[in-house]
Write a new protein. Structure first.
Length: 187
C-alpha cells in the first residue's frame, strides 16, 4: 500500500493552515487544516489560535463572531464533521485533546424562556475543555460546560455543567461512570 497519497494530503493540510495564518488565525508549527474546513473568527483584537501539531480534519466548522474567539491547544484534533458554534463567546480546548467525529459544541444555543418562544431566548456561556481529554463520537457539549483535565466522555453523551478531572462520563446528561484511575476522588 502506497503512503504517498496520505503524505500528500498531510502536506496540503499544513499548507492550508498557513493560508489561515494569512487570514489572521494564530497557527502553531506543523498545524494542519484539511479540505472542507470552514472557519469564522472574530475581530483581530480577539485572537483565535490553532496550536502546534493540532489538526482540524475534513468538514470541521468553527464559527465565532464579533468578540467570539477559540483557542485549540497543541497536539489536539477535531475529527471530521465537528460543528462548533462559538458565536460571541470564548472556547478553550487544551493540549492533547482528541475529539471524535460528529461533535456538536455550542457556546450559544436557543433556550426555553418565560415567553415560550425558543427563537427569541438564548443561553450564552464560554466552554472550556482541559488537557488530556478524550471526547467520543457524536458528543454534544452545551453552553457553559467545563470539562476538566484527564476526562473521557463516551460517545453520544450530552455534556452540561462541570465534569470533574480523572473520570469517565457517559449518558444524557453525562454522569460519572467510573474513575480513570483508582486514586481519583468522587466528582
Amino acid at each position: 500500500m502506497a503512503l504517498w497519497p496520505y503524505r500528500l494530503e498531510a502536506a496540503a493540510a499544513r499548507l492550508r493552515a498557513q493560508i489561515w495564518r494569512l487570514r489572521g488565525l494564530a497557527v502553531g508549527s506543523s498545524a494542519a487544516v484539511h479540505a472542507g474546513v470552514r472557519l469564522r473568527f472574530g475581530a483581530p483584537s480577539v485572537p483565535s489560535a490553532l496550536g502546534e501539531r493540532s489538526v482540524l480534519y475534513r468538514d470541521v466548522q468553527i464559527l465565532a463572531t464579533g468578540a467570539g474567539s477559540f483557542r485549540i491547544g497543541r497536539d489536539s484534533h477535531l475529527a471530521p464533521g465537528a460543528y462548533v458554534l462559538v458565536g460571541g463567546q470564548a472556547l478553550e480546548i487544551g493540549d492533547d485533546v482528541a475529539i471524535g467525529p460528529g461533535l456538536m459544541l455550542f457556546c450559544e444555543s436557543n433556550d426555553a424562556g418565560p415567553d415560550g418562544l425558543f427563537r427569541t431566548q438564548y443561553r450564552r456561556a464560554p466552554v472550556r475543555i482541559g488537557n488530556n481529554v478524550f471526547i467520543g463520537a457524536r458528543v454534544t457539549v452545551l453552553p457553559g460546560a467545563v470539562i476538566e483535565d484527564g476526562v473521557v466522555v463516551a460517545a453520544h453523551a450530552v455534556v452540561s455543567g462541570r465534569l470533574a478531572a480523572g473520570w469517565v462520563y457517559g449518558g444524557c446528561p453525562a454522569r460519572p461512570l467510573r474513575p480513570q484511575r483508582a486514586e481519583a476522588s468522587a466528582p
